[in-house]
Design a protein around this ligand. Structure first.
Ligand SMILES: *Cc1c(COP(=O)(O)O)cnc(C)c1O
Length: 397
């Protein structure tokens, strides 16, 4: 039974209110008949068999757990997939996804990328026999880099942290023509603003730690697919590798997702106001926000998504200012991560992208003056006041 479908900002949010009976084939005792509004946490490692050769549909929580399954159903529905798999972190989802490929396979990837992804590619995938070509996937010459060994194109849009936009539909056409998988990391816009599967992607990846969880209180990761063969292969991998999300963490993300729509709208509203405020600040030299008309990806993002999100990267006049901001913010916290109700400021040079070689980092525009902001749901005046005082550097120290 599907209910709800609350409408926020003109977008129908397909958060489904399912009954507590998690599937038709389970024992009556497992169906919650209490009327509980919140889905139960099935904190169990294993499930009793009714008899030899008989199953309730659940055997062992590494393979499947009702709370995780409920979360997976909700997330699959948000991304219009046929299946979603919930992992213990975004990186765990990435690790399983890359097990789809055999030694010798070649992957084309966005150059500006989440730092942990680059670390995984460079330190683990290459050791496992994959080869990676990093490209600015927002440019049209991507096809020139496809080789006979190429198996997949991996993109982030917007990218972390420089907010580059790639045309998902055009990239999907190229992928289809060459029989490659298109994998899209949709963490930054979340399914509320963007649905890559609808635009031709084969696999959507999320760090559920970010907007889906939304409260900076748990790690999670997701892979969402629209093809049965991929779903089956990934289900084999998650149970074999054992990186599925635990019941309690599944419940936390289930709770987070209930407010996805209102949080995304509130975070975005703050981001728009702050991006426009930053542009006019004398110590800020450049603002990268997808919602600004002068952003090079503005039009493409507008065509393929329903919003610009709440991630802002900006350059300040010198490294001293950047360090001063990080040390002086009060309401805003200096911490890694993003997508929660709390506004966080990040220094990609020493945090998320510290493992990326300096030359590569600078080529992507990640400098000692680069700051990344994930706006939360605090009052925008309080956030601006905090940024204002943090950007004020006393003449005498
Ligand atoms: C955080 C993040 C990841 C990794 O997810 P974890 O949950 O931290 O393991 C991957 N991609 C992007 C874009 C991220 O922001």
């Amino acid at each position: 039974m599907h209910g709800g479908d609350p409408v926020a900002g003109g977008v129908v949010v397909k958060y489904r209110v399912e009954t507590n009976c998690v599937s038709n084939n389970q024992l009556a005792s497992q169906c919650d008949n209490t009327g509980s509004i919140s889905f139960p946490i099935y904190q169990t490692a294993t499930f009793a068999h009714p008899g030899v050769g008989e199953s309730t549909g659940y055997d062992y929580s590494r393979q499947q757990n009702p709370t995780r399954e409920q979360l997976e159903r909700v997330v699959a529905s948000l991304e219009n997939g046929i299946d979603a798999l919930a992992f213990s972190s975004g990186m765990a989802a990435i690790a399983v996804m890359l097990e789809l490929f055999k030694p010798g396979a070649h992957i084309i990837s966005s150059r500006d990328l989440y730092g942990g992804m680059i670390r995984y590619f460079d330190k683990i995938s290459i050791k496992n026999g994959l080869t990676i070509t990093y490209l600015d996937t927002s440019t049209p010459n991507l096809e020139d880099f496809i080789k006979k060994e190429t198996v997949a194109i991996f993109i982030e849009t917007p990218t972390n942290p420089m907010m580059n936009i790639t045309d998902i539909q055009k990239t999907a056409e190229i992928a289809k023509k060459h029989n490659l998988l298109l994998i899209v990391d949709n963490t930054f816009l979340s399914p509320y603003f963007q649905n890559p599967l609808d635009l031709g992607a084969d696999i959507v990846l999320h760090s559920g730690t970010k907007f889906l969880g939304g409260h900076n209180d748990t790690l999670a990761g997701f892979l969402i697919v629209k093809r049965k063969d991929l779903s089956e292969e990934l289900r084999f991998l998650i149970k074999t590798i054992g990186s599925g999300l635990a019941p309690f963490d599944s419940w936390l993300v289930l709770r987070g997702v209930k407010t996805l729509a209102v949080r995304m709208e509130a975070c975005q509203k703050n981001a728009i106001t702050i991006a426009n405020w930053l542009i006019n600040h004398p110590k800020v030299t450049k603002v990268y926000y997808v919602g600004l008309k002068d952003h090079p990806g503005y039009e493409i993002n507008k065509n393929q998504s329903r919003g610009s999100g709440s991630m802002i990267t900006f350059q300040v006049d010198c490294a001293k200012t950047a360090l001063h901001v990080l040390k002086s913010v009060k309401l805003i916290r200096f911490a890694e991560s993003l997508g929660g109700v709390e506004t966080l400021i990040t220094y990609p040079t020493t945090q998320t992208h510290s493992d990326v070689p300096l030359e590569e980092r600078e080529k992507n525009g990640i400098l000692e003056t680069t700051l990344r902001l994930s706006t939360g749901i605090e009052h925008v005046d309080d956030l601006i006041n905090d940024l204002e005082q943090a950007l004020e550097i006393p003449d005498k120290v």
